[in-house]
Ligand binder design. Structure first.
Ligand code: UDX
Length: 455
């Protein structure tokens, strides 16, 4: 079988990464988006977001002629055998559920233009039941004689590792209805399986029904979110008991049933996926009459949000500003917040705990100065009222308190003696438990970690 031609509908973070990586695997690829600025940027060889390694792959595959970008759904319909839906499914403005507008418009734009048999593969994270709804939509829009089919294959990209996650996934999951769709889906992923074979690895393919495939994604994210909130709940207990959550995490993580990944206590999870996905999951489970089964996710969300407020409380304690009825009053103080991205190696500030903590400090009256190695532009757009410093040194100059909110290498490797010479007072809150408390206190800093005894 010759390799099928692939289109990726929606060239945001997910679609652009997949389009570029699948071209790298040898496929002929078309990336499609309604946003002509995004398409022009990608076509000119620039990735509109920060993702290590992706720029080089984009330029190489544009030059090789395997990868093109377009705003035309006509072109996509004519070009591709397999169409991947990669559009966003944000949280709805009027509640916790997912907004499926973009999925609907991708399908209604594409389907009537199809003139031959093709497979439409959903990759967007959606509430269970969406794939069946898309299938019904397709049936309404296309002559059934054409034999167009739908499949659903969730993605598990982590920002910062997205290229590896696409080229070398730890599994591929697909909701597939027919042998024809199964064969075409496998052909559309042959590059991934072949690469694994040359490296003596195996990529398990889990083929399921639609509902299971859709649930796999939200279940995986619910589990990861729960793991993070679990350790953050332990951090709360450690704080009052005088214990150290980093040692606790290390000790329980040696048990292979628990594992040591995703047990980093700190400011909690943010980003474009975990927070919105656990909320959408609760909303959908409720609709299906299984709300009780995932009620714990509400608690997971609450624990997560509490961590952001804890920074404000700690700041007030360190700055010796007792709380009034309206919370702490930090007016007259200057605080440096190091980190705006929701995690290191990313410029994404969506639901970033770092910016939320910075905004809370500012709302309490502190003059907040933010610095991030990559996310400054996005942060400025999201929180225009905060002050931004161009460098780490400029951010900490003469401040009364430093808060590390994202564990960038630049902050982890910062020299406490040098920084100590720049600040007005040596006080630091390590919101990611990424510093060595002993090293910082030796350099004269008052150190506070999350769920760690004061050093
Ligand atoms: C996540 C999932 O990992 C990925 O599989 C899914 O496809 C999309 O959502 P991502 O949003 O890129 O990926 O970030 P991830 O690395 O999972 O981190 C999410 C958040 O959790 C970050 O804010 C991070 O700082 C926080 N986190 C992670 C912790 O607070 N502690 C940890 O131990 C791990």
């Amino acid at each position: 079988m010759t390799l099928p031609r692939l289109s990726f509908l929606g060239t945001g973070y997910l679609g652009a990464t997949y389009a570029i990586c699948f071209a790298e695997l040898g496929y002929e690829v078309l990336g499609v988006d309604v946003d002509d600025v995004k398409i022009a940027t990608l076509a000119s060889g620039r990735v509109p977001f920060h993702e290590p390694g992706l720029d080089d792959l984009l330029r190489r595959n544009l030059a090789a002629g395997r990868l093109r970008f377009s705003t035309s759904y006509e072109e996509a319909a004519e070009f591709a055998d397999v169409h991947f839906i990669c559009v966003g499914t944000p949280q709805r403005a009027d509640g916790m559920s997912a907004d499926l507008t973009y999925v609907e418009s991708a399908v209604t734009n594409l389907a009537p233009l199809l003139r031959r048999r093709a497979l439409i593969v959903g990759k967007s994270t959606v509430p269970v039941g969406t794939a069946t709804w898309v299938e019904q939509l397709v049936a309404k829009l296309i002559d059934p004689a054409l034999g167009v089919e739908v499949a659903w294959s969730p993605e598990f990209l982590q920002e910062g590792y997205a290229v590896e996650d696409v080229l070398r996934p730890n599994r591929i999951v697909a909701g597939i209805r027919s042998e024809w769709a199964n064969e075409l889906f496998r052909a559309a992923h042959k590059g991934v399986f072949d690469l694994a074979a040359t490296e003596d690895r195996d990529v398990p393919l889990v083929v399921t029904d639609f509902a299971t495939a859709e649930l796999v994604k939200v279940a995986a994210n619910a589990f990861l979110a729960t793991k993070i909130s679990f350790i953050n709940a332990m951090a709360e207990v450690c704080e009052v008991a005088g214990a150290d959550v980093t040692q606790l995490a290390r000790a329980i993580g040696y048990d292979p049933r628990i594992g040591n990944r995703f047990l980093q206590a700190g400011l909690g999870f943010g980003g474009g996926c975990l927070p919105k996905d656990i909320r959408a999951f609760q909303a959908r489970a409720q609709e299906l009459g299984a709300g009780e089964a995932v009620r714990f996710l509400h608690e997971v969300d609450l624990i997560n949000t509490r961590r952001r407020g804890r920074v404000l409380q700690m700041a007030a304690e360190l700055l010796e500003r007792p709380s009034g009825p309206a919370g702490p009053n930090l007016s007259g103080t200057t605080v440096a917040v190091l980190g705006a991205a929701f995690k290191p190696n990313s410029d994404d500030v969506r639901d970033a705990p770092s910016l939320a903590a910075a905004a809370a400090l500012a709302a309490a009256g502190a003059q907040v100065r933010v610095y991030d190695p990559q996310a400054m532009e996005n942060a400025r757009r999201a929180q225009p009222h905060l002050t931004y410093a161009p460098t780490l040194d400029a951010a900490v100059a003469d401040v009364a308190l430093v808060v590390v909110a994202t564990e960038w290498a630049e902050f982890r490797n910062a020299d406490p003696v040098l920084l100590g010479g720049l600040v007005a007072a040596r006080r630091i809150i390590d919101g990611r438990n990424c510093l060595d408390p002993a090293q910082w206190s030796r350099a004269g800093w008052t150190y506070r970690g999350m769920g760690r005894p004061p050093a």
